[in-house]
Design a protein around this ligand. Structure first.
Ligand SMILES: Nc1ncnc2c1ncn2[C@@H]1O[C@H](COP(=O)(O)OP(=O)(O)OP(=O)(O)O)[C@@H](O)[C@H]1O
Length: 775
């Protein structure tokens, strides 16, 4: 089979598809049967819940029956869901059963293996397709022809790779096939990368590159750091890494034990189809804003976006110095040490209906009387336990009050059922007592919640104590005190600056022994450069058992370039997480944009000389200079022209205010969509958004507006501009008003075409033939 012709290969494809359809028929039948069963059980469940519930004995029987029926329904539904999942998987394979083939010799025997997005075995257990994550499949991604090793659960295996073949199979037909000695040949990659963008990211399993494969198949690192140039496939590799982990730890790991931190909601939707396209459930996705909002309920925590816009307006040197300090590992360590060794928790009154239920001074007495040798967390937990006990006693006493008798007398059967739930009782008196307790407990529920959620303690006051006593040397004492006062005032108004979040949560967690989730097995942080070391340290504390994968690009530090040194970020990260022995993988080949665009973008940043472009041709970027006030006709013409060639054109601005101004003024043939931080979904056509919301995303064509001398001025702006230029697949146009940014002036003129707006309009006028060659 190693020299099989295209016709032979097509025959094999047909055979595999035939077998897949056969299996699909069987599964369809099983689904029908399972569905009928589910309906029966549900029908039965419905009948059972209608049983008379007025007598206590009947009610007990009903409860037991309902529980049993509920379990039966759950089992039937689960069974049906498993079958439906298999049906989806087989249907996917039937369209394109595989993309690769390796012909190997192992232990003296020749074998030809086909590799696809999922395993498929014939009825006699012969593997017709191997899953791309199977140990032997790594040969396809890693090996050049000749001797190869691959890792199996029982050690390293050795084989000889004699031949490697790639396929593009669409709707059961081989469109393209060729042999390659490279890791994964360029021709198919060329074709895949030349396609138009989509609202959803695609999986890359057919064309994973060797260095990406390292990231995907790394299972041993406690902390994997991926530094990759824009468009180098970091996000892609990490999503396939998640699929890989799920496949290899099927019995011990579930997708809901994995968390991915995404830069924004648009991105979360954009990547949402990758894992389902590989037959896997999506992991939990969150953003930093959502994570902080859940952990700091009642506080409005500043977002990176808001902070960026505020910094753009004013960001004095002292504020920069204090932010750098608060975001450092040293500050987090100091916060931890303060909570562990010096702090006394600030207790506060617990109120019920405007009256004090537990007074702060009494809570403190309980706490202070506990043995000194107890840990802080244990003391806190014991205090809560004792308060809970007192609450229970108070509930018991309260049941004898008249208002409770009155309430009981007014309850109907349904309400009684609501209070007792699934409980069973020996006699009516017991049941009455239980209902009375439940009625009082409901009235006292706010106290229970306050104890449960630690609201008898005010971590903000502890944080302010910590801030005020911190022996800082970065600003003068008056400035530091003013900052502390401002933090206090903000907390009073239920607001918190982003750089205060991590140390505050750390102090709270250490004092209360809470905040840790031991169930999460893997945490992935995309766009790591947007996260301070302090926040990353906090994530490690919050998910203590999780394997960590941080990925990003220090050259795209849109949010931090104006106060922190991105060049030292990686070294600091490695130093501050040294106990996890981080493994750093660097990706320097960029796949997203055409070569001329990648070359232009690389010339903007110092590290650009190390980045290579995947060789895909295209137009040079166009830099247009237009008059300050009359830019709109040029911008509208540009959009219309680009849309004739591409499904999606994005106008990327530096801030949100410019984005909305531009969107309002555009005269285009299609609808223009202005995207903001609360949007979830990308749309086709023309979209306008600030560049910081475009992180991780890509578009067919990008217009950067406006890249003027007074907008992109400082060295910190360089990384924003780099991020902007690298969001496009096929075409890039930068529009400057009056004068071009010095950052672009510094790029060799041979790397772009420069025109004035007038020249552009003249060249693209309908009667001008040169319009064909311009965007
Ligand atoms: N091996 C590959 N095969 C096919 N396409 C690839 C491959 N690697 C990357 N790509 C494509 O390159 C583009 C960029 O990939 P991805 O978004 O994963 O990169 P990134 O490093 O996360 O980018 P950025 O940091 O700029 O957001 C995507 O369109 C992706 O599909």
């Amino acid at each position: 089979m190693q020299n099989a012709s295209r016709a032979d290969e097509q025959r094999r494809v047909d055979h595999v598809i035939d077998r897949l359809h056969h299996r699909l028929d069987v599964v369809a039948h099983q689904i029908d049967t399972a569905h009928a069963e589910t309906r029966d059980v549900e029908q039965n469940y419905g009948d059972n819940t209608k049983v008379n519930i007025t007598e206590v004995d009947d009610r007990m029987e009903t409860n037991a029956a309902v529980q049993q029926q509920k379990q039966l329904v759950a089992r039937a539904v689960e069974n049906e869901q498993i079958l439906q999942k298999e049906q989806t998987r087989l249907t996917r394979l039937a369209r394109s059963p595989y993309f690769g083939r390796i012909y190997i010799t192992e232990d003296g025997e020749d074998d030809t293996l086909y590799i696809g997005t999922g395993t498929f075995q014939d009825s006699d257990n012969q593997f017709l397709v191997y899953d791309w994550r199977a140990p032997v499949a790594s040969i396809y991604y890693n090996g050049t022809l000749g001797p190869v090793d691959y890792t199996t659960p029982v050690g390293t295996a050795h084989a000889t790779l004699n031949n490697k073949r790639q396929f593009q199979i669409e709707d059961g037909q081989i469109r393209n096939m060729f042999d390659t000695s490279e890791t994964v040949g360029d021709s198919i990659l060329q074709e895949v990368l030349g396609d138009a963008s989509s609202e959803y990211m695609q999986n890359i399993v057919a064309t994973i590159q060797q260095e990406q494969n390292t990231i995907i198949r790394d299972t041993s690192s406690d902390l994997l750091l991926v530094q990759g140039a824009a468009g180098s496939g970091k996000t892609s590799a990490v999503l396939q890494r998640i699929a890989f982990q799920l496949y290899h730890s099927r019995t011990t790991l579930d997708a809901n034990q994995m968390v991915l931190f995404s830069p924004n909601k648009l991105y979360a939707t954009y990547i949402s189809q990758v894992l389902p396209s590989l037959g896997e459930k999506n992991m939990i996705q969150t953003t930093l804003v959502e994570f902080l909002a859940r952990r700091l309920t009642g506080l409005q925590v500043e977002t990176l976006f808001d902070r960026f816009e505020r910094d753009e307006a004013s960001f004095p040197a002292a504020a920069k110095a204090m932010r750098r300090l608060k975001e450092s590992a040293a500050f987090m360590d100091a916060a931890t040490a303060y909570a562990k060794h010096g702090a006394e928790p600030h207790f506060v009154d617990v109120d019920l209906n405007g009256e004090t239920f537990f007074a702060a001074k009494n809570i403190r007495k309980i706490y202070d009387r506990l043995p000194r040798q107890m840990t802080l967390a244990d003391k806190f937990a014991e205090t809560r336990k004792r308060l809970m006990k007192r609450l229970n006693t108070r509930i018991g006493l309260e049941t004898h009050q008249d208002w409770v008798d009155d309430t009981l007398a007014s309850l109907n059967e349904e309400q009684v059922q609501h209070y007792i739930g699934d409980q069973r009782f020996e006699n009516g008196a017991d049941e009455l007592r239980a209902v009375a307790r439940a009625v009082v407990a409901e009235r006292f529920a706010p106290v229970y919640t306050a104890l449960y959620d630690d609201y008898f303690f005010d971590p903000y006051l502890n944080y302010l104590d910590f801030l005020r006593q911190y022996p800082q040397t970065v600003v003068d004492a008056a400035t530091w005190t003013a900052m502390c006062d401002a933090v206090g005032a903000d907390l009073e108004a239920h607001r918190l600056r982003l750089d205060d979040a991590a140390p505050l949560m750390m102090i709270r967690d250490v004092l209360t022994g809470g905040g840790q989730n031991h169930g999460i097995q893997s945490v992935f942080v995309d766009e790591m450069q947007d996260y301070s070391i302090a926040i990353l340290k906090y994530l490690h504390h919050a998910f203590p058992r999780a394997q960590l994968t941080f990925l990003g690009d220090v050259a795209q530090d849109v949010f931090t370039g104006n106060y922190a040194d991105s060049q030292s970020y990686l070294a600091e990260l490695q130093h501050d997480f040294a106990d996890l022995h981080p493994r750093l993988v660097t990706l320097n080949k960029s796949y997203r944009s055409t070569r001329p665009i990648t070359d232009f973008a690389n010339a903007l940043i110092p590290a650009g000389k190390d980045i290579t472009a995947f060789s895909r041709g295209g137009n040079l970027p166009l830099v247009l200079t237009v008059p300050r006030r009359t830019y709109q006709p040029v911008l509208s013409t540009l959009v219309n022209h680009l849309l004739q060639r591409h499904p999606t054109v994005a106008i990327l601005t530096k801030d949100a205010a410019t984005a909305s101004k531009v969107a309002l003024g555009l005269q285009t043939d299609v609808d223009v969509t202005l995207l903001s931080k609360d949007d979830h979904q990308l749309s086709r056509g023309c979209v306008v958004l600030p560049v910081y919301l475009a992180k991780g995303l890509e578009f067919d064509a990008v217009i950067g507006f406006d890249v003027s001398a007074d907008t992109y001025t400082s060295a910190g702006d360089r990384d924003i501009l780099y991020t902007l230029c690298t969001r496009t697949l096929h075409e890039l146009v930068l529009v400057a008003r009056d004068a071009v940014s010095p950052l672009i002036d510094a790029v060799p003129a041979s790397l772009y075409t420069a025109q004035t707006g007038e020249q552009y309009l003249a060249a693209t006028a309908p009667d001008n033939a040169s319009a064909e060659t311009q965007p």
